[in-house]
Design a protein around this ligand. Sequence first.
Ligand code: ADP
Ligand code: MG
Ligand code: MG
Length: 678
Amino acid sequence: MGYLNDKGVTYDYFESLAFQKTLKEKGIVQFLSLLKIFGKFQLHEHQFEHLSDPNVKQVETKMQLFWGDEFEGHVIKLYDDKKLALLNPNTGGLFQSLGEEQQKKLPFVILPEFGAWMIELTPNKPYQCMCFNFDQVLINMRKRIQTLQSYLPQGNQYVLIPVYPMLGVGRFTTTVESDLTASMIEKIRSQTSYIEGTPTLQQDEKQFQNEKLIQPATPYKELPVEPICNYFSQSIYFDDRIINPHPRYSTLAQNIRLRRGSKVEIKIPLFIDQNTKIEQSEYEPNPGYITMDHMGFGMGNCALQTTYLSIDIDHARLLYDQLAVLAPLFAALTAGSPIYKGKLSNWDTKWDCLEMSVDCRSENERNPQHPNHIPKSRYSSISYFISNDKMNLEEYNDLNFPANEEIMKFAKQKASEMNIPLDDKLLRHLGILFLRDNMVMFKDKIHIDDNTAHFEAIQSSNWNSVRFKPPPSYNSKIGWRVEFRTMEIQLTAEENAAWSIMILMIVRLFFTNYIPVNFYMPLSLVDENMRRSKEKGAILNQKFYFRTNFQDYGPATIEELSLQEIFFGKQDGSFIGIIGLIHQNRNVVNKQQCAQKEEHIYLKNKTLQDEVIEFVRNKVNGNTKTLASWMRDFVTSHQNYNQDSIVSHEINYDLIKTLTAIKDRQKEDPHFPLIFSM
Ligand code: ADP
Ligand code: MG
Ligand code: MG
């Protein structure tokens, strides 16, 4: 997130063309410098030799697996008298008021995001040693959500759902620049110390008295309700003033459009109900689809991401590949995005919406017949496995994805000048990343070699299913990390903690070299899984490609399996599933990663793990609904729903109101279980 410290004036895309090549080359040199410094970096307490060597002696040691999560939520204001739930884009005050000192008192970090109504929360320190950690994520998530909520003036809710359903429908925000900012600053400043678990801020009824509320326009034909400020995006639905005011965000929106040569076009298939009208209009130019035209329709959505420190660069590369295979599965498992722009869609996840929302490829690059064709947006599933491990067979890299050959040549030559070993796979990885242009150039930063900023400019705008992260700076104490990026945010702290722990259980298997685990399969099948993961009810209705010989180093035996089978195994016992693998190795993993004297922690973790496994079991067998299918059912059984696919502002209000009551545990709902006994 270092890039948010950059302020100042940016170049538009055409102006930036003069510097693209130079800055990419600088970015490559920066990466190579990181490689030179950290190429041999190893996690301090790691005592194993090489990951896939099964003959290494088991050593009892306390492993320092640092890891963390990050998630975003929407600030939504509920107007009970008018039955409206509108985005509140006035969160700026929160960031102004939270100085460094104030932040230090909190066990988490508050960060801005693309939408001025969004807030990202991460733990302020990564969770420490694996063996201490399982409840830390739950405690921290609960605290984050509760504290943030206490900062918001009355009537506002911090809501964890991936997509705000009414984005782009008439008037969907509160007034921009209300007195919310000033009020937040005052409140946060008056809070002198953080008191564990107690919301400390006073609520202020008068807060919104002066706020002018413009009635939203429904149905669609009344759009737009007022002249839209769309300088950056040219959107017909979405006002650019609700983009976060940091110049990075509006510049991205503008330059993606300029590079592409047209507005972004997001087309999501409409869910066709018995009274659905399939007709063309100015606001729905593609009959049968929900059409959107602003980066914010994607980047205004919320995710749950997790990041793991690896033992060394080789381990990070292996973990990156392995997690890439799991990425589509976890998208389907956490599906929570059935509504876009006030309409029910045929999809349950937001991944493709994000792909389309930042698709900066030119017309030629989008054309499969053109020699410059690039098959995917810069937001996409990964296109290349990068590990040199013997498990990574050539046949798995079957996408034949284009790369920036010119920059690869440069990187190869520079690496040899700098005397840095740069193998072919890592080289190609760079070539694929650097196929994309730098979208945000600050005029005063062009000639400054500010640590790794030029590398990060490319890296942080390649939004892929997993991210291979080098140490963030030349003097970093952090090693090589991998980020897992496809999970949809869940409503409650408990669900988000549960999914984070589920992934952690899998990641831990890769920290013990004598347990063979191999999820490799051809990337074309991983991509096919990604396509399937978004389909309505995919968690129960779809089958996914998965390798059933996942404890073998050799070629993959692949079957199409349900998520229930992938996790809990096949009925005939021929495949034990991921949970089977975890069970089989749990004692070894837990004990190895906790010194003997910490037995009680190991036992506590075991209970938590069992609770998570139970939660996952209930998801994949359909006992509990995904957030997506819960929302879908809520809308279609609402008394005001006309079987026409339309979600009105009133239905949206009831939906948000009910979700809020559930997340605050004022209303019980079996589909949002408490999961944990603690
Ligand atoms: P980005 O937005 O670029 O993905 P953030 O800075 O928002 O990254 O989040 C970084 C994530 O990495 C957080 O989840 C944080 O807890 C985690 N993290 C921070 N330090 C470490 C570390 N040493 N090892 C592993 N994860 C870490
Ligand atoms: Mg982040
Ligand atoms: Mg992230």
